[in-house]
Design a protein around this ligand. Structure first.
Ligand SMILES: Cc1cc2nc3c(=O)[nH]c(=O)nc-3n(C[C@H](O)[C@H](O)[C@H](O)COP(=O)(O)OP(=O)(O)OC[C@H]3O[C@@H](n4cnc5c(N)ncnc54)[C@H](O)[C@@H]3O)c2cc1C
Length: 314
């Protein structure tokens, strides 16, 4: 039996541990903080957007693979109440990739609670919504040996055949050459009554998505600005950026006429990003590095967990 140590109990370490156990490995997860529910990395919070809609086929296919895996993990991890993709022109939406991959979508007006700016296109994608982030992390870690309050200095210190490093924003401590940027991003919460609002992703020419919104089971709506934050040191504790909260509130008022425009709360969360928003999954000798964030990794966690397990076990 291969003995694997996983560094980091964020969603990626948790998913890797789940996939490794599925493959029969003996797994121990090491987490530097005393509680895996901490809010210092990238995986905290109640929800993340799940969507198939991406402008490139490989992302659509990875999301389809992840959808099947989430559903196999339990019927309470996703809420598929749809996604509205907003873009200044139809050709900037994910229409072509969805068509090529055979995924359902339409341009019919769908939910009047989301206001579409004049002249913009709104693509409706039904197999989308949210993944319940905290529940998903706990599901992956069910029956896993998690050792909290252990700060791993080096993979050499761990007694294991293979070490999977899923250290989120701390990954460069293990791989200083990794071409990633670590930024502190801000999200805000708004009161919105009624059934879950669809997720919304706003796309812009040449720069991928900008603003996004999703259902929050406590307040109703969570809204964020993609890649708006500044570079940060993950060891420093810093709250949300007030200026970004004000921008988010303005956008929310313009796009969700039924939501209370005053935020009820805000939070910071860290992105670890490559320049093209792709993920780093690679093996270096006895060590596997997993850095799948770039602000959109959560939805793919079970598929990425399996890829990390493949790299670890060969
Ligand atoms: C604001 C925000 C919004 C997002 N929205 C979405 C979305 O809507 N949809 C989507 O799909 N994705 C989204 N993402 C991306 C997604 O959340 C990330 O891809 C994912 O959480 C990355 O998880 P991780 O496990 O790599 O990192 P982390 O969650 O940061 O986990 C790393 C863990 O490693 C531990 N660690 C680090 N160093 C050590 C050490 N030396 N010893 C022991 N433990 C260590 C840390 O304490 C931490 O617990 C969002 C991210 C953010 C920040």
């Amino acid at each position: 039996m291969t003995r694997v140590a996983v560094v980091g109990a964020g969603v990626m370490g948790s998913a890797a541990a789940w996939a490794l156990r599925e493959r029969g490995a003996e797994v121990a997860v090491y987490e530097q903080f005393a509680d895996v529910e901490h809010d210092r990395g990238s995986s905290h919070g109640r929800t993340r957007i799940f969507r198939l809609a991406y402008p490139h086929d490989e992302w659509v296919r990875l999301a389809e693979e992840s959808l099947a895996l989430w559903q196999a993990l339990g019927d309470d991890l996703l809420s598929l109440h749809g996604l509205v993709e907003l873009a200044p022109a139809r050709e900037l939406t994910s229409v072509d990739a969805l068509e090529r991959c055979g995924a359902a979508f339409s341009f019919e007006p769908h939910d009047e609670r989301v206001r579409v700016p004049d002249g913009w296109s709104a693509l409706w994608q039904p197999l989308a919504g949210v993944v319940f982030a905290d529940r998903a992390r706990r599901r992956f870690l069910r029956d896993v040996d998690v050792r909290t309050g252990v700060h791993v200095e080096s993979p050499d210190d761990l007694d294991a055949d293979v070490v999977v490093v899923t250290a989120g924003p701390w990954v460069r401590r293990f791989a200083p050459d990794l071409p990633v940027r670590v930024t502190r991003e801000t999200v805000a919460y708004f009161r919105a009554d009624g059934p879950p609002l669809p997720s919304v992703v706003e796309l812009h020419a040449g720069r991928g998505h900008a603003m996004y919104a999703l259902h929050d089971p406590v307040h109703g709506l969570k809204v964020g600005a993609h890649f708006a934050g500044h570079e940060t040191d993950p060891d420093e504790e810093e709250g949300p950026d007030d200026e970004i909260v004000a921008r988010i509130a303005e956008w929310t008022a313009a796009h969700f006429p039924n939501a209370d425009p005053d935020p009820v709360g805000a939070q910071s969360c860290i992105y670890t990003s490559t320049s093209d928003e792709s993920f780093v999954l690679e093996r270096r000798g006895r060590v596997v590095i997993g850095s799948p964030c770039s602000g959109h990794g959560f939805k793919f966690a079970p598929a990425l967990g399996r890829r990390l397990a493949d790299l670890a076990l060969g």
